[in-house]
Design a protein around this ligand. Structure first.
Ligand code: SAM
Length: 387
């Protein structure tokens, strides 16, 4: 079953445009003359897709990608960015609880765990814009084992339509126990915590040693009443583990669950995407089996009845027992993807629990309007189902 996503086509066109705008720059950031940087990224594509297929089930750090390598980061963005942004965007409007809760807010705080290049933030800010609920102040904290992702985010952010604050902070979901004070302060005020495709990177370690989940449980424990937690991951049992060992132990109510195969709509690929599609001999991922769960911290805010929807063997939707089908609101039309840019963005990388040298404060900047696509012709021939 596909995820019903309002405005799917214009939003997917927008994500395609972001990839078009950033791809050349990301490839240029990959050092290498021989073999050429495109050849290096091509090898990375095979490497990371292999590790995703075969490595994640083992609690072995050698079977995880090295995201400090710019070629791996470039390959990741080419393969997954569009689909992951689309997943977050679509998930947030699967029920109308999020948009209702955030209407007329003057500020929002978002914590993205294992946020990588910022796919969660692109999906979420697109949702805010389409629903006309982008607040005057939006602050985001990305917690990740590889804060060098910030370099990739800077390229992506330059093509975002709104200004907002993003800080990257280093954390290890497997080894860390305590949370740095400044991150804890943020987490306590967060309106949503996203875990998109990051739990599967660590779930095998948690299965092997349950003590290893302390950091993540701590984060969820400190979330304020009413804080949303958006879990999205490949459908390989991790959702049961997350719900049982983390969400339900930290006072989270399930708002809705979706199990199925969200598919990124087909559309015209730009000249740039087609060029790299040919050079890499790889297609960006368009579809994969996932579980999406939205939780809400118990407390002051009353959650509605949870919605669990999954598809049966014939692809039909099945709603569990007492449960109504999620209302999928129709967002406003295409044009709302454009909005005025804001002032005062700022983007930091904070060395957290362990020091990591060489990453500095990035200056303020203004957001350029995204460039128009230089050429568009046919779509990608094949959906890539790597993950
Ligand atoms: C598949 S990527 C997901 C990135 C992003 N959320 C998305 O949807 O595109 C997994 C992320 O988890 C991070 N990660 C892997 N192991 C981690 C760990 N032990 N602690 C914190 N983050 C980790 C990686 O650096 C990467 O950014």
């Amino acid at each position: 079953m596909d995820l019903p996503v309002p405005n799917a086509q214009p939003v997917s066109d927008y994500f395609r445009r972001i990839l078009t705008d950033i791809l050349e720059e990301l490839v240029d950031k990959v050092p290498g003359r021989y073999p050429s940087n495109t050849e290096i990224v091509k090898q990375s594509l095979r490497g990371i897709s292999n590790l995703y297929k075969n490595g994640l089930r083992f609690p072995n750090s050698n079977l995880r990608s090295d995201w400090d390598d710019p070629a791996n980061r470039c390959a990741y963005v080419f393969l997954y960015l569009m689909h992951h942004c689309y997943l977050v965007y679509g998930s947030l409007q699967y029920s109308d609880e999020v948009s209702r809760s955030w209407r007329n807010r003057s500020s929002l705080k978002v914590c993205s765990i294992g946020g990588g290049p910022g796919s969660d933030l692109v999906g979420l800010t697109t949702f805010l814009r389409v629903h006309r609920i982008f607040p005057p102040s939006l602050e985001c904290l990305v917690l990740d084992l590889f804060p060098n992702w910030k370099d990739t985010w800077d390229t992506i952010y330059a093509h975002q339509l709104d200004s907002f604050t993003v800080t990257y902070s280093s954390c290890d979901l497997v080894k860390d126990k305590g949370i740095h004070t400044r991150d804890l302060q943020f987490i306590k005020q967060a309106d949503i915590i996203t875990l998109s495709k990051s739990f599967s990177a660590v779930s095998a370690f948690y299965r092997a040693d349950r003590a290893k989940g302390i950091f993540l449980r701590n984060v969820l424990q400190h979330a304020k009443p009413g804080c949303f937690v958006l879990y999205i991951d490949n459908d390989c049992g991790g959702s049961t583990q997350f719900e049982r060992d983390f969400a339900s132990r930290t006072g989270m109510d399930l708002v809705f669950e979706f199990r199925g195969t969200p598919t990124f709509p087909k559309g015209a690929y730009s000249y740039t995407i087609r060029k790299y599609h040919n050079l890499f001999d790889f297609s960006p991922m368009r579809s994969c089996d996932v579980t999406i769960q939205l939780f809400r911290k118990k407390g002051a805010v009353q959650s509605g009845q949870a919605v669990r929807i999954e598809s049966n063997s014939t692809g039909q939707m099945r709603a569990n027992s007492s449960i109504k089908q999620a209302a999928v609101p129709q967002g406003p039309p295409v044009g709302v993807i454009l909005s005025a840019s804001r002032s005062t963005p700022h983007h930091d990388v904070i060395p957290s629990y362990n020091t990591f040298p060489g990453i500095s404060h990035h200056p303020k900047r203004t957001n350029p309007r995204p460039k128009r696509k230089t050429a568009t012709t046919s779509c990608c021939p094949q959906a890539c189902t790597i993950l």
